[in-house]
Design a protein around this ligand. Structure first.
Ligand code: F0G
Length: 363
């Protein structure tokens, strides 16, 4: 049989803790495409690649950390897991809990999660509670629940989540032969920037505490982007009522705030804000010019890169990798709206070929 990608725990066994390997719960996550983007390279004068995390089993990067968190929980004999979520974590937790034969409870902010993600959690049989509050309230409640009741927390405050998610950085270095100059990604609860930084550090021979030879000669500069209405790290204080159309990153008090600042500062990078308009413009560039359909939050890294490029802040020729975090089909409505806010209405036509050819301008 031809080689098939085996999931991040099997592929990176020597770089992951032993306790996640006793009972491996996997859906074949990881091994996602790293796609060169001539369009973005041309626009920015850099050498841009896109890491397409929507290609994971549940359509987002969360699966990388869920395989490790769920495997650790299963290894300990856990029967139930809980998470707070803006949608993707809940979809992933629900799928991996199904695979593990565990119960899954998810707490989501009432009315603020995309329909595709809600459908996933329900389809996989999770008990979904819509909480009267935002993501930050959900996370506080989920943490308290896991402290007092027999359920394990699988949010990214669980270190096993970070271990799995760091494999995104490994794959990029493995594909490019070294770390890029700059890594760009959206920042919400700040688990992913923490995980990528850890992965890059370990591959460059820092922090691992093992006898591994370095695979990379350096670590990249980390550029993170928050939505302007939900930009606590940029503002320097928690936001009580975060607002953005990018519901996945509608977060006012990120759990890994300090780690995100460390990644930014040690790498000589930045964390800045992009407006909803910039996010939607980048979303259109990705779908209509690059050929990759993402959910709005996932476009915020590209929005940030384009903003910095407009401001003349992108070093010419730099090798840049942007993680686009989740699939467009999770929250598809944004494609059906024009930049001026009107709905896109498909052209209706009879089935005769001449009319169709005329409508297509082929005559
Ligand atoms: N992009 C997407 C599509 C996400 O779902 C998230 C986070 C992020 C970016 C930000 O990543 O939190 O590690 O900084 N989603 C979480 C969830 C909060 O519940 O699904 P982060």
């Amino acid at each position: 049989m031809a080689h098939q990608w085996r999931g991040v725990i099997a592929e990176y066994a020597d770089r992951l803790p032993a306790h996640v390997q006793e009972r491996v719960i996997t859906l074949g996550e990881g091994g996602t495409p790293l796609v060169p983007s001539p369009t973005l390279s041309q626009r920015t004068g850099a050498d841009v690649f896109i890491k397409v995390e929507g290609m994971n089993p549940t359509g987002s990067f969360k699966d990388r950390g869920m395989t490790t968190a769920m495997s650790a929980a299963a290894g300990r004999g856990a029967k139930a897991v809980v998470c707070a979520s803006t949608g993707n974590t809940s979809a992933s937790a629900a799928a991996y809990a199904t695979r593990a034969g565990m119960l899954c409870a998810v707490l989501v902010p009432d009315g603020k999660i995309a329909m595709g993600k809600l459908s996933q959690a329900i389809a996989h049989g999770a008990t979904l509670l819509q909480v009267d509050g935002n993501f930050d309230d959900c996370l506080v409640a989920a943490r308290k629940l896991a402290e007092s009741y027999p359920v394990e927390l699988v949010n990214s405050v669980n270190p096993d989540r970070i271990e799995g998610q760091k494999t995104g950085a490994f794959e990029i270095v493995d594909a490019l032969g070294d770390a890029p100059d700059i890594h760009v990604l959206p920042v919400g609860n700040a688990g992913n920037i923490t995980a990528y930084w850890k992965g890059y550090r370990e591959y460059a021979g820092f922090d691992a505490g093992t006898a591994h030879a370095a695979v990379a000669t350096r670590t990249p500069i980390m550029w993170g982007f928050q939505a302007a209405g939900a930009a606590p790290i940029v503002k320097g204080h928690p936001i009580d009522q975060p607002e953005t159309i990018a519901t996945a990153i509608r977060i006012g008090n990120p759990a890994s705030w300090q780690q995100a600042e460390e990644a930014r500062d040690v790498s000589g990078g930045l964390i800045e804000a992009v407006t909803d308009e910039q996010i939607l413009a980048a979303h259109r560039v990705l779908s209509a010019e690059v050929g990759i359909f993402v959910e709005p939050a996932s476009a915020s890294g590209v929005a940030g890169l384009l903003k910095l490029s407009d401001e003349g802040r992108v070093p010419a020729g730099a090798r840049i990798v942007i993680t686009v975090t989740g699939h467009g089909l999770k929250d598809p409505q944004w494609a059906l709206r024009t930049p001026d806010g009107s709905d896109v209405v498909p052209v209706r036509i009879s089935s005769d070929v001449v009319s169709i050819a005329t409508a297509l301008g082929l005559d």
